[in-house]
Design a protein around this ligand. Sequence first.
Ligand SMILES: [Zn+2]
Length: 434
Amino acid sequence: MSKAFRSVVVCSVAIASVAAVAQTPAPTKRVMVRAGHLLDVKGGKMLADQTIVIEGDKIVSVDPASQAKAAPEAVTVDLSNATVLPGLIDAHTHLTFDPGGAGYSRLGISTPREALTGAKNARITLEAGFTTVRNVGASGYSDIALRDAINAGDVPGPRIVASGPPLGITGGHCDNNLLPYEYHAQGDGVADGIENVQHKVREVIKYGADVIKICATGGVMSKGDDPNASQFTFEEMKAIVAEAHRLGRKVAAHAHGAEGVRWASDAGVDSIEHGHLMDGAAIAALKKNGTYLVPTLYLIDWHRENAAHSDVPEFSRRKMQMVSDAAQSNAKQAIAAGVRIGLGTDAAVYPHGLNAHELAVYVRLGMTPLQAIQSATVNDADLLGWADRIGTLEPGKFADIIAVDGDPLKDVATLEHVKFVMKGGEVVKNQYGK
Ligand SMILES: [Zn+2]
């Protein structure tokens, strides 16, 4: 018997025994959630006395309690004194970084250590009610490892759409500019010129990226670059978007300055991150192209309130001031202009778990509480390309469910105190007892 033939025989025996085991599947787990109030985030209606039936990790029905179908052998979760919503989504996190890791101290953190920091912050973020995040920038593919560990059930955490290392130009916001020439330090995602950016998109996808993050302008927390200056050229960004979209990945562009925002939007990126130094023409481009804006604004409040113990490196202080002054009025104009907004926080610039504080900032800048909640649910689900699986409580979607006291349509800050979290039908946190 040839070696190849022998392994075919061994394989078919193995498959046969797997098939025998598969004939007796474990019974599907059923859960009934009794909701005192349930927010239909799409229609904006607050519904009283609803029952959500869950089988496995999916919702099978949402009905008034009086009409709910019987679900035999279901475990009941009583949220009759709470308001129930879909799990929140944050489209801009850095789970593998902690505050205080900016500047030179970051050079002492290894990739394995970064991944473990990510495991800690994944749990904190999930318990804060964020059942899905888009993680846009990590070193050494630590975010991909974290995503895979969560999906395997090894560590608790939100669903993650991960970017791997962000793409950027030599010396730009996404390069490593901390060390002198003789160290030859370079960011993992650095690429210059059309061919090199195409190659880099293919490379990060090869190592597991779900989304492509790029740095279209300078940034605040990086050394030696200007947030107002565009970095990738328009041609480079068009090449990145074409390559990413062809390979089924969306593109998120870090951009502050007006020209970079306009170029990135016209090049076809799916979202602009920050947009803090936009102008009227840049806002008009976002509106015309249907580009999402992910404003990341609570970080400014947090840094103002915690100036004493926030460790912004010296080379960032002046930039932080410049961006802080303009960011809120620009976001306010974008909201008024009807630009599509996806909630994102940049958590890591401030402590993880405070993500929901972003909602009240949007309301302060002109959104209704419902619109703010939509930015963190239906809008972000659409931005992530996951509108078919998350963002609302509807049959066929993942049973990603949170609950709070009070009425978030009256006071969106109630979502800063999430008391119940379920992800994929599994209860992660329950402060309402049984
Ligand atoms: Zn960021």
